[in-house]
Write a protein that binds this ligand. Structure first.
Ligand code: AMP
Ligand code: MG
Length: 309
């Protein structure tokens, strides 16, 4: 995928926030400082925009993304908070804490954001730049770290440029970030709290009473798989199969009729859900050739098709 030819850097100002909001609402990506690291923000309700995050970062597979919201009211429209989760939210938000909670059914969050999980990672950031952008956009923003996948997280605008120059239209320069490491992640999904990632917030043993060993973040995404068997690299449907097409392979639905991998990534998880819900017994999916985000799609599909443990 080709990105914008050049990347503008604007110092944090009202004008910069207005320009960033205009871009985000048009489905573009903007790098913006938070108190942890610089985030690569996209409209979390726009699957194509979120797919661009994976393309720009060259992210090898679909880790679920953290969604940033301006306040608890906005958070509760997307996630279901039990008593424990609300206690942590009240104590640490706004701040560098991410809470993984059950996703509200019918929330306007496409499957690519959560990697098809029924939970969502939410955070209210404290940094004035991200807060201002959230208010100006008036919608939730998905934002992983603003760096090419595999590189060190960016804590300055120059770090963002070093890895994403030419791939995104705008970086808002708010100086060095305060925390410099990614948010603490706690899951509150099944009546207990689990520490998923250590971060700037030191959660003491009392708060996360029944914490198990730290679970490596990212691994949870691999739990996702359709309920039905999935056959890869299909060029046609066999009996009883629901075919997800791509490019020249047309099926019951298509990831992208024009063979655009960014569109395919944006639609992937939603179409797998649709196939699972169809009357067909099995799912088949067309080959998705290519590098970059196409490889990310294949990696995800390979895991979705793997025999379950
Ligand atoms: P980053 O790539 O630094 O933005 O980190 C996002 C982290 O949040 C990843 O390591 C994910 O594993 C984790 N995460 C996001 N959503 C979820 C979720 N629904 N369940 C568990 N972990 C999540
Ligand atoms: Mg990262």
């Amino acid at each position: 995928m080709s990105g914008p030819a050049d990347t503008r850097v604007m110092p944090l100002s009202d004008e910069a926030i207005a320009e960033a909001a205009r871009l985000v609402l048009a489905g573009e990506l903007v790098a913006v400082p938070t108190e942890t690291v610089y985030g690569l923000a996209a409209d979390a309700t726009n699957a194509d925009a979120v797919a661009r995050i994976y393309a720009a970062k060259g992210r090898p597979r679909f880790n679920p993304l953290i969604v940033h919201v301006p306040d608890l009211e906005a958070a509760e429209r997307i996630g279901r908070f039990d008593g424990e989760a609300r206690k942590l939210a009240n104590k640490y938000w706004p701040g560098p804490l991410t809470l993984v909670v059950p996703l509200v059914k019918g929330a306007a969050i496409p499957g690519i954001v959560t990697a098809g999980l029924e939970t969502i990672a939410l955070r209210i950031p404290a940094h004035p730049a991200m807060q201002a952008l959230l208010k100006a956009c008036d919608r939730p923003l998905a934002a992983p770290s603003a760096n090419a996948s595999g590189l060190i997280s960016p804590t300055r605008a120059s770090h963002v440029l070093a890895s994403l120059k030419g791939r995104i239209p705008l970086v808002i320069d708010g100086g060095a970030t305060q925390r410099g490491i990614e948010s603490t992640i706690i899951a509150a999904t099944d009546g207990r709290l689990r520490l998923l990632r250590r971060g700037p917030i030191e959660i003491d043993a009392i708060e996360v009473k029944r914490a198990s060993a730290i679970e490596a973040p990212g691994q949870l995404a691999s739990h996702y798989a359709p309920k039905k068997p999935l056959r890869l690299d299909a060029t046609g449907a066999e009996d009883g199969e629901y075919l997800i097409g791509f490019g020249p392979v047309s099926g019951d639905v298509s990831l992208s009729e024009t063979g655009d991998p960014v569109e395919a990534a944006a639609r992937l998880f939603d179409l797998l859900h649709k196939a699972d819900a169809s009357p067909a017994q099995r799912i088949a999916i067309a080959p998705v050739p290519g590098d970059g985000i196409a490889a990310a799609i294949r990696d995800r599909l390979k895991r979705a098709a793997a025999p379950r443990p």
